[in-house]
Design a protein around this ligand. Structure first.
Ligand code: PGA
Length: 233
């Protein structure tokens, strides 16, 4: 089981240092991956948690102002990197083609991409949820060898669930996992979107889930501890 923590754009340096003291106390048999802001990556000091990033440039190194290159992440001990998060697709207008380039840059540096896919509320209402994630996967994984594809972790994150407190039914999640696993039978697939220390009791009934991508909960170490305990027992 993988538990990836997406801090998004939260925590000042001082807050992050205190936060890490709390994370350091977490003991679990699961793999923990912390994805802080780029600046906080430089202050990472944990041994029980692996390091991830939230983004990477599709083009760098080079003349791309404001970007961070995969090789630079590698130097900072980054082992994983989120790509295609819906917030970036939405606010930064990131395309599937760019996401494909980002995956390439990461794999060149042996950094494992955590590729986010998911449908909007409107797409689900039109019953387009499966075709949407199939298209996202198809373009994001274009020109990758089977060996490269297998390295990628997929995170199914229904956009209508992120930060809303609403989660899909277990049957809905199972359907989407089935769709992903038909395309990528050997990949780890995470669930993300309002997972918390209460609904984990329901979510853990879904055998197909290989782990979680946690946003809001990642910022609350006490609740995160309860989440992990409930998952483990
Ligand atoms: P959430 O965010 O857990 O706050 O819904 C998940 C994510 O955006 O990765």
């Amino acid at each position: 089981m993988i538990i990836a923590l997406n801090n998004k754009c939260n925590l000042t340096k001082q807050e992050f240092l205190k936060y890490q003291e709390e994370l350091e106390k977490l003991s679990t048999k699961y793999k923990l991956i912390l994805c802080p802001t780029f600046l906080n990556i430089a202050h990472y000091n944990l041994e029980n948690v692996e390091l991830g990033a939230q983004n990477v440039s599709p083009k760098a190194p080079g003349a791309v102002t404001g970007e961070v290159a995969a090789i630079q992440l590698k130097e900072e001990q980054v082992k994983y990197c989120i790509v295609g998060h819906s917030e970036r697709r939405n606010y930064q207008h990131e395309t599937d083609e760019e996401i494909n380039q980002k995956i390439m840059r990461l794999l060149e540096q042996d950094i494992i991409p955590i590729l986010c896919v998911g449908e909007t509320k409107e797409e689900r209402e039109k019953q387009l949820e499966k075709s949407i994630i199939e298209k996202e996967l198809e373009i994001a994984l274009e020109n990758l060898t089977d060996e490269q594809k297998q390295k990628i972790i997929i995170a199914y994150e229904p956009i209508w669930s992120i930060g809303t407190g609403i989660i899909p039914t277990n049957d809905q999640i199972k359907e989407m996992f089935k769709t992903i696993k038909q395309i990528l039978p050997n990949n780890k697939v995470l669930y993300g979107g309002s997972a918390n220390e209460e609904n984990v009791v329901l979510l853990k009934e879904i055998e197909e889930i290989d782990g979680y991508l946690l946003g809001g909960l990642s910022l609350k170490p006490e609740k995160l501890k309860i989440f992990i305990e409930k998952l483990e027992n």
